[in-house]
Design a protein around this ligand. Sequence first.
Ligand SMILES: Cc1cc2nc3c(=O)[nH]c(=O)nc-3n(C[C@H](O)[C@H](O)[C@H](O)COP(=O)(O)O)c2cc1C
Length: 223
Amino acid sequence: MDIVETIKARKSIRAFKPDPIPQDILKQIIEQALRAPSWANTQPWEFAIASGKKLKEIQEGFVERGMPQDSTVDVARPYEYPEPYMARIRALAPKDRAEMTREEMEARTIDNFRHYGAPAVIYLLVGRDFFYQSKGINVWSLYDCGSAVQNIMLLATNKGLGTIAQAQAVAYVDIVRKVLGIPESRLIALGIAIGYPDWDNPINQSRTQREPLDSVATWYGFD
Ligand SMILES: Cc1cc2nc3c(=O)[nH]c(=O)nc-3n(C[C@H](O)[C@H](O)[C@H](O)COP(=O)(O)O)c2cc1C
């Protein structure tokens, strides 16, 4: 696939087949993704990859703890959604969140906690001392990580794999930290579930929309 086709083909996968991914393929993807640019080539990313029994242990821990009301996170989530952002979230939900029953919300959370059936999760780690600095948060380091994460997702798509970036995969970082033995010096910033998509599942058939170019790009000096 060429780059444009790959970008268009990538989408968040929410139902995976259980088939394991050969470790060599995961190694190739992550190694190639490391070509991402970064602030002064600081390369602030590290990855912890979980599969098999370790991943199951994490999933069971999350499900046991339940809805993330008392979530433990290393990187704070947004809690305020002014317009137009809220409208975009509403367009995404199959049903307005306000109309969802508690059972429906819980079922959705549990699917997230089980990584939608993915056989592996790539956790993004960032050095705590590089992210939390004396003058505030070094947001630049997450720009860099975002490039690497996008590379992972595109490379995976190109190999017939599917991915989904998951904030919910790091809703209880204490569990991930304990099961994988990740030190406190490393923030666990994001989980990327990866596996072979189950294309027969209707959840993988919907496609999210994007705002038209003219509403997000303003041009200067082109006339
Ligand atoms: C940082 C980040 C965290 C996300 N967390 C979750 C998540 O916890 N659960 C989920 O189902 N989707 C999650 N998503 C997927 C987004 O909902 C998805 O990317 C967005 O709706 C656009 O859809 P697309 O990826 O199919 O283009 C996350 C995406 C990003 C970039």
